[in-house]
Design a protein around this ligand. Structure first.
Ligand code: ADP
Ligand code: MG
Length: 477
């Protein structure tokens, strides 16, 4: 029997507002426990939530970027359940009338090509607090700083067919929310989390199988592994004559297994009802149009333009548009050295990315800015220096030695283009290696590399390799 995997993701993106969704408390991560929870977040009786307007505009930005419908009227609902880190006894969420619904996003398939993934809905809700089980012996600590932090829950259609597709989709959403400036995407801090709903069915079957839900997966690697395991577990279970039970499971990265957490609750267990403390959210067409006009060029459009305008490969354009900051850096550099886009792309994705990674820095913290990198690329482009010397210049620039031209000048790194000087060095090298010269003349032409290497050594890499090649040929042949 051949099985098909079916996956739908629920992604929680923490919206990067300064204050909470219904109160004025700060949302800064990592503060002393319970210093950022107001009476509203604590659920005191008699206090009223007030909607933060910014979350509405952030949800609309997301909805427009994914071709969703923006509801002219959406409603906050109470989702009732008991948990120690939920002092109100209910979470304010959206249920029947979410702010955003019915859109899609294209992903790149691992085997090539694209696939459209449906987005069912995206709704606004508040986060709960945190239970700290490890810090107090035999007790649980409750930190309500996170209570009331705004979340956008993005629910996909069950359109994903493999762990690879699920990860590709998750990456696209991650890229998009950061691109739109509505979420910082920090998975370690929990600002971007995902639950995966997984089922299997015999290939060819059109009805969905019973699903399990894996909770709170917080790294791309774990998501891939957790889904893989869960699919294997379901297949084994069904092939052994068992049945998948609808339940919520937890992935344990240390033991690399999933285990049951609780049986899946049905929506009616939550007794959803419209929150009487909050008015419906009414959004006018003019507001939507104003937000649409303010949207940046989106990742896919920008990537396609990079291919068209700069002649980059799909792959390079994809890497350079992985974040808006990186794309901005690249374009700022290209503007400063027109005609050298491919070189700028290579340097941005190569040396620059490597050193940023090594030092754990973001592109916005780069010690070589776009103009400075362009200055370096310009000297490779006009053949003042070779690509190899450029690496030395780049290191020096990174270490604060000034711009490319001053480093080249100060260290005397200009390529030797004086043919007379080079001819003399070539003659010397050939005279010093009579055996190799004889072998070359006898037909062992791969010794060319040896001679070029010798000349490079004597010129400290400052000779132009192409020119050296020609001169050696002239002497030996
Ligand atoms: P709930 O609100 O109970 O979590 P939903 O019906 O809203 O359930 O679905 C949540 C997610 O589960 C969606 O992403 C949806 O695509 C996915 N999903 C629903 N049914 C299945 C299934 N049989 N197999 C895999 N994913 C599913
Ligand atoms: Mg769910």
């Amino acid at each position: 029997m051949s099985w098909e995997t079916v996956i739908g993701l629920e992604i929680h993106a923490q919206l990067s507002t300064r204050s909470k969704i219904f109160s004025g408390s700060a949302t800064t991560y990592g503060a002393e426990p319970n210093t950022q929870a107001s009476l509203v977040d604590l659920g005191y009786p008699g206090v009223l939530p007030v909607l933060n307007a910014e979350v509405v505009s952030m949800a609309i930005r997301f909805g427009l970027a994914t071709d969703c419908n923006i509801a002219p009227r959406s409603v906050f609902a109470r989702k009732n359940y008991f948990y120690p880190d939920l002092p109100k006894g209910y979470q304010i969420s959206q249920y029947e009338l979410p702010i955003v619904h019915g859109g899609s996003l294209d992903i790149d398939l691992p085997e090539g090509g694209r696939k459209r993934i449906g987005i069912t809905r995206a709704h606004l809700e508040e986060d709960a607090g945190k239970s700290l089980h490890e810090d107090f012996h035999g007790m649980t600590g409750i930190d309500l700083n996170r209570a009331g932090t705004p979340l956008l829950e993005i629910v996909s259609e069950p359109d994903l067919r493999s762990p690879e597709e699920a990860v590709a989709y998750l990456r696209r959403i991650h890229q998009l929310v950061r691109w739109l400036g509505i979420c910082d995407g920090n998975m370690q801090e929990g600002s971007f989390r995902c639950d995966a709903n997984i089922s299997i069915r015999p290939r060819g079957e059109t009805r969905l199988g019973t699903r399990t839900e894996l909770k709170n997966l917080n790294s791309f690697r774990f998501i891939d592994r957790a889904i893989r395991h869960e699919v294997e577990r379901q297949i084994e279970l069904v092939e052994d004559g068992g049945k998948v039970v609808q339940e919520t499971r937890l992935y344990d990265p240390e033991r690399d297994i999933t285990r049951p957490m609780r049986s899946k609750e049905e929506a009616n267990d939550y007794r959803y009802f419209p929150d009487p403390d909050l008015l419906p959210v009414l959004i006018e067409t003019a507001t939507i149009e104003a937000i649409r006009a303010s949207l940046p060029e989106l990742p896919t459009a920008r990537r396609e333009r990079f291919v068209r305008e700069y002649g980059l490969s799909e792959y390079d354009a994809g890497v350079l548009t992985s974040s808006r900051e990186l794309a901005d850096y690249f374009e700022a550099a290209v503007e400063a050295v027109p005609g050298a886009a491919k070189l700028v792309a290579n340097w941005t994705m190569g040396e620059l990315t490597a050193v940023l990674k090594r030092e754990g820095l973001d592109i916005t913290d780069s010690r070589v800015d776009a103009r400075a990198l362009a200055g370096l690329v310009a000297r490779i482009h006009d053949e003042t220096i070779s690509g190899k010397i450029a690496k030395e210049v780049f290191e020096a620039m990174w270490a604060g030695a000034g711009d490319a031209d001053s480093v080249i000048e100060a260290r005397g790194l200009k390529q030797i283009t004086d043919t007379g000087a080079l001819e003399a060095i070539v003659a010397e090298v050939v005279a010093d290696h009579p055996e190799q010269a004889a072998e070359y003349r006898a037909g062992k032409h791969k010794l060319m590399g040896f001679f070029v290497g010798q000349v490079m050594k004597r010129t400290q890499g400052k000779a132009n390799p192409g020119q050296v090649n020609g001169l050696i040929k002239a002497v030996l042949e």
